[in-house]
Design a protein around this ligand. Structure first.
Ligand code: SF4
Length: 229
């Protein structure tokens, strides 16, 4: 199977009843500013080429962002942050991301989320994370050149580590804890993989200054450097 086939299958997934209900309710009710738009209202797939050496692992689609536009991180403030940063790092062809047909392309990076359906209050449950993790595992298996994973936030970290362990990566004991700037190199079946932790690009971090543009840029520059090395 290739990434396109997995994307096709995941976009029809209905395995989490609470999330299916929420993603579809939001798509029906809409936000006033977007009332003329047709919401996606389905699982949101990853974005980026199969030869990517870098993965960016997020949390879940936003109700009126990815769940509206149908493209990961597209159409909300979090997306504004991450795509501008990817552009500054040379990993995207433009700094903005507004719709599925806006011409945006990313290179050498695959952007994925731990959970593929928008959750209420941006908060999936651990059970929903675990239900969605086979999709994450399949997606990562289909990135043969992967060398670096930039993990945005502790939830993505908690989703990714078990997936990597099951895939044969050697995790230190105790398992490394998430933190901004944390860097962990793992030996794996296809070669080494370095995990880089970053605070999530959510507004509660970017509005408060907990995560600044220079902080995010530094993580992505490190990722680019490791991928090239
Ligand atoms: Fe399926 Fe993942 Fe959506 Fe749950 S969150 S319904 S597992 S795509």
């Amino acid at each position: 199977r290739d990434l396109a086939a997995v994307d096709d299958r995941v976009s029809g997934c209905r395995a989490c009843p609470r999330l299916v209900a929420w993603r579809e309710e939001v798509a029906e009710v809409k936000r006033a500013a977007f009332r003329d738009q047709v919401y996606w209202g389905r699982p949101v797939t990853g974005m980026g080429p199969a030869d990517a050496r870098i993965a960016v692992v997020g949390l879940a689609p936003a109700a009126h962002g990815g769940n509206r536009t149908g493209r990961i991180f597209t159409g909300d403030r979090s997306g504004d942050w991450i795509f501008a940063a990817l552009w500054r790092a040379g990993l995207a062809n433009q700094p903005t991301s507004v719709s599925r047909d806006d011409g945006l392309q990313v290179n050498d990076v695959r952007i994925v989320s731990a959970v593929r359906c928008a959750p209420p209050d941006n908060a999936p449950t651990p059970a929903e994370r675990d239900t969605c993790s086979p999709w994450l595992a399949r997606e990562l298996q289909l990135l043969p050149r992967l060398r670096v994973a930039v993990v945005l936030g502790g939830f993505g970290w908690s989703a990714l580590l078990p997936v990597l362990a099951a895939a044969g990566y050697a995790l230190p004991r105790p398992r490394p804890r998430f933190g901004h700037g944390v860097e962990v190199e793992l030996a794996g079946p296809g070669g080494p993989l370095t995990l880089l932790g970053s605070y999530h690009v959510s507004q509660q971090n970017t509005f408060t200054g907990r995560l600044t543009e220079p902080m995010l840029d530094a993580v992505l520059q490190r990722a680019v450097s490791l991928a090239a090395g």
